[in-house]
Design a protein. Structure first.
Length: 324
């Protein structure tokens, strides 16, 4: 002040404003949230900080603070819109990675769908033909939600598409996936996973890595559970993945799902649950693959009645029809 020969200096802080509908209801935050200041100086005379002038300065500072806050909110809204657009593109890509056509005729048939709870999801399923006499099915649920889980699910899908070429190598395949996840995520992410192959003769080989136990539906019998045979992939480096086998009969159907199905909630927060799953399967047991899928899918839709879901929902139904 001495060097500039100033006779007066006035500083008025600009602080964050929370407005409830106008300046008259604006509330100034604490001094720790100061975002700037109005600075005035003069070489001509002392500042007049009488009551009227003080109020004018305070009003001016409030106006300036409100403008700054509005500009900040506009920028946040633009950033949100950009993020929404990017997530919309990501969802489109993820949907395009789902199987476009599932076999609806022949000895192997399948029907399925995966619905993310957010813009993108951590569930995925894949149905692929290894050879004319063998098909594979994979369903996975990556821990967590959002973009990171969706990216990891896409990586897993790529691994299985590139490497699932022999029923006899299922254990090695699962071990490679387990190592891949541990190396890339350091154990911070894991995935429950069900992987199976079905041969023309009806031999079903499968590995259940901590996934919801699929149900084997047979005519006039209670559904048979295919329990977990290993830990989820990505948890322990020394984990082993045991392959199990069972022989399917003509007309047998395998129902594979993620926990988002059993934990689907209605408006009252009630879970769909394993009991309702079995009731829906019993009601549609005589139907073909597509019919059983529709019966269970519609039962969940009726139960939830449009309620927002907290988890992704994936459902796949496979049918063995050798006479076709």
């Amino acid at each position: 002040m001495a060097e500039l020969e100033l006779r007066s200096v006035v500083c008025v802080p600009l602080v964050k404003v929370r407005s409830g509908g106008g300046l008259e209801t604006a509330v100034l935050s604490t001094s720790e949230n100061t975002v700037g200041l109005l600075y005035m100086d003069s070489r001509l005379g002392a500042a007049d900080l009488s009551s009227g002038n003080r109020e004018i300065l305070q009003t001016l500072a409030l106006e300036a603070s409100t403008i700054l806050e509005n500009a900040r909110l506009i920028e946040l809204e633009r950033a949100r819109q950009r993020m929404e657009e990017e997530l919309k593109i990501a969802r489109g890509i993820q949907e395009s990675l789902q199987p476009r056509r599932l076999p609806s005729s022949g000895w192997f048939r399948a029907a399925g769908r995966s619905i993310p709870s957010h813009q993108v999801g951590g569930d995925y399923f894949e149905v692929g033909e290894i050879s004319p006499s063998c098909w594979s099915v994979v369903a996975a649920d990556v821990s967590g939600k959002g973009v990171s889980s969706a990216l990891l699910a896409s990586l897993l899908q790529g691994i299985f598409l590139a490497g699932a070429d022999s029923p006899s190598q299922m254990e090695q395949m699962m071990a490679r996936v387990n190592r891949f996840l541990i190396e890339r995520t350091g154990g911070e992410k894991y995935a429950t996973l069900f992987y199976c192959t079905l041969e023309h003769g009806g031999l079903l080989r499968w590995v259940n890595a901590g996934h919801c136990p699929p149900l084997l539906v047979r005519a006039e019998e209670k559904p048979q559970v295919l329990p977990a045979s290993a830990l989820p992939v990505g948890m322990l480096e020394e984990a082993t993945f045991q392959t199990r086998e069972t022989q399917l009969q003509p007309g047998d159907k395998l129902v594979i799902y993620t926990d988002g199905l059993s934990e689907a909630q209605n408006a009252d927060g009630e879970f769909f649950g394993e009991k309702r799953i079995r009731e829906a399967l019993a009601a549609g047991a005589a139907s073909d693959c597509a019919g059983l899928f529709q019966a269970l899918d519609q039962a969940v839709l009726r139960f939830t009645s449009g309620a927002v879901q907290r988890d992704d929902i994936t459902l796949v139904v496979v049918e063995y029809r050798p006479e076709s």
